[in-house]
Design a protein around this ligand. Structure first.
Ligand code: BEZ
Length: 263
């Protein structure tokens, strides 16, 4: 894919809405935290730390954590939790050989320049350091992407100019990691249908509301209603919460140790 950032609509995060309607993002991160296996005293960078819920778990495990996020609202929320959080663009990291691990959950799919991200991570890690992350992978939220694409196309907007997500296959992401010098010890897609207590409307407004800003103001409410009708046809509440068709790409990749690299 091209490393030229697409001119996408600006995204605005509402930290209170996120805390209310997106708690499941951190609650379902057990497998990637287990894959990271944070150790006491380790220095860990949480890339795309959001409101710091997972960074706080890493701190509780004894790690020394720095969080970065490109959304000022989220950096504020993370600091309120006591996290050492900074406003940093994940595509332009400037840390140099400072961390034992870089961790990321549900953030890398918002970054359109994966080569720049991976290079920044490589530079941030010490020799032997690891990069452990989970992001939306190939096929993630396919139903939602199809509904948004239809609503945009019907109004003359090319979906790729408005949808802000990057959902790579495991082969693609493995190749990018290996090209940067990582040894990939684990990478796989995991289908994970995800119950969303806030329903389809809550999901859309939390994660995709800004997309409708590419449409003329008079079109936005109708387009949003079309998408909701498409992804959440009416169903009895007894069927349980609405499910989002998530597919996660989870990986662990390690840099060569200094002792093992040629002098
Ligand atoms: C995800 O975690 O897969 C995701 C969240 C919001 C928008 C798109 C994808």
């Amino acid at each position: 894919m091209s490393e030229h950032p697409r001119p996408l609509p600006a995204l605005h995060w509402d930290a209170d809405r996120y805390a209310r309607d997106a708690r499941f993002v951190a609650d379902m991160a057990g497998p990637v935290v287990a894959l990271l296996a944070p150790q006491p005293g380790e220095r860990i960078l949480d890339l795309g730390c959001g409101d710091g819920a997972l960074a706080a778990q890493l701190v509780a495990a004894g790690a020394r954590v720095v969080g970065v996020d490109s959304a000022p609202e989220m950096v504020t929320a993370a600091r309120q939790r006591g996290i050492d959080a900074h406003l940093v663009n994940g595509e332009a990291l400037t840390f140099l050989a400072e961390f034992d691990a870089v961790f990321s959950n549900a953030a890398l799919h918002w970054m359109q320049r994966p080569v720049a991200v991976i290079e920044g991570v490589r530079q941030a890690l010490r020799p032997g350091g690891r990069f452990v992350a989970e992001l939306g992978g190939e096929g993630n939220i396919a139903t939602i992407v199809a509904a948004l694409s239809a609503a945009l196309t019907a109004r003359g907007v090319e979906p790729s100019s408005a949808l802000p997500w990057y959902f790579p296959s495991s082969a693609t992401y493995r190749a990018l990691l290996e090209a940067a010098g990582f040894a990939v010890s684990e990478i796989a897609l995991h289908r994970r249908p995800t119950p969303v207590a806030a329903g389809a409307t809550g999901w859309l407004d939390t994660f995709a509301g800004g997309i409708f800003a590419v449409l003329p103001e008079g079109e936005r409410a109708t387009a949003r209603a079309e998408v909701i009708a498409c992804i959440a046809p009416s169903r009895p509440a007894s069927e349980g919460p609405w499910m989002a068709d998530y597919v996660r790409l989870r990986f662990r990749a390690v840099l060569p140790d200094a002792a093992a690299s040629p002098s």
